[in-house]
Design a protein around this ligand. Sequence first.
Ligand code: GLY
Ligand code: MN
Ligand code: MN
Length: 489
Amino acid sequence: MSEELSPETPEESEEPIKQRKNGLYPGVSDELAENMKTGWADTELHGLEPIAQARHTADRRAALSARFPGERLVIPAGNLKVRSNDTEYAFRASTEYAYLTGDQSQDGVLVLEPRPEADGGHDATVYLLPRSNRENGEFWLDGQGELWVGRRHSLAEAEQALGIPAKDVRELTAALKEATGPVRCVRGHDAAIEAALTDKVTAERDEELRVHLSEARAVKDDFEIGELQKAVDSTVRGFEDVVKILDKAEATSERYIEGTFFLRARVEGNDIGYGSICAAGPHATTLHWVRNDGDVRSGDLLLLDAGVETHTLYTADITRTLPVNGTFTDLQRTIYDAVYEAQEAGIAAVRPGAKYRDFHDASQRVLAEKLVEWGLVEGPVEKVLELGLQRRWTLHGTGHMLGMDVHDCAVARREAYADGTLEPGMCLTVEPGLYFQADDLTVPEEYRGIGVRIEDDILVTEDGNRNLSAGLPRRSDEVEAWMARVKQG
Ligand code: GLY
Ligand code: MN
Ligand code: MN
């Protein structure tokens, strides 16, 4: 760390904090304030094992350092967001920060400080809120005091766990304001850090940093692949949970399905990776139906698109479209089997060296063929594809990169993603669908209100691909048999 980022520790007030920020706890007696200072055991942890991904986060920081030599890089975790008045949404660290540190502390900031030119490279420091001070009342009178929000790592503990030197984050904004030299910051997570850097950064240069970190995440390392598999395995169990309560969901609503899946996500993981889509009947034709407040009826389909996010913030993204009563009707099966065929064609096109677009094109061709065959759009298929006419019933892309963000690598350049080439270690969804809106007068009445999507998480391997979500049956007859099995317990 250069001296520029090591100013004096800000002056600490001698005055005890006598009031919580919201003013609800006035009038602390001097006796109580004195009493609260002492009588606490020393709970410092020594010899902590490094977190499992520490070796990988070091490699990731080294790659970032090589891309931006001589520049100070600032990557914030982000802050709590107000939900209402003085309650906040659950905190989720920024993907960039968690990817580079393995840490998930709110208000944390990673700084890569360039070493003097002769040495090259950067020194990493993670800036964190330390243990609460018990002498000045911060511990029990401040809204972020540990008595209110729970014990934090001490800086020494964080350093051992993360393998990165740790400092007090309350020193950082002053230090950043004073620092000189080129700097880039990942924007959108921490307004105070951005304000401290406002006259030192440009939007264009900051965006280059964000784009680099988006592209760096495209190829997953072994640790990440293991985490994605864990996310998928938990998600498979969450889908089984839903099948088990489908009869009960009929008596309640999509909400019951949402809650059932969420239970699995919280018990086994950190959270859901995105808002679960629990879409019964015609709601399945709304691509991102997350209101989940409709009825669930026998004879309808349930489109369930959901993913568990692991404790390390990797998410699955899986969709199954299930007959609520366990058996597809003839027309539901015809549409389902067409989507299945499109997905098979898409998955077969996922291999190293293939263009990213190949799997999309392969799936879209099958869907266009089916739509022509059913007389819903006039052929030939080539013309339908050229004009994109099939898209009336299948508007979304056939998949996307998957990782810590459900739509991972979202700001990668076109040449590195949509126009790029698949490589081993990339993980993507293949998720074709057909959606006949309830008010679509261009299709026969019996099609209206049917929506089908099948989505799996596919890893590009050295010689092809591996379906991480193969644990959930996809073929219509196998889905029915699986549902019957799971319902029986
Ligand atoms: N769950 C959103 C998507 O499949 O992309
Ligand atoms: Mn998806
Ligand atoms: Mn999905």
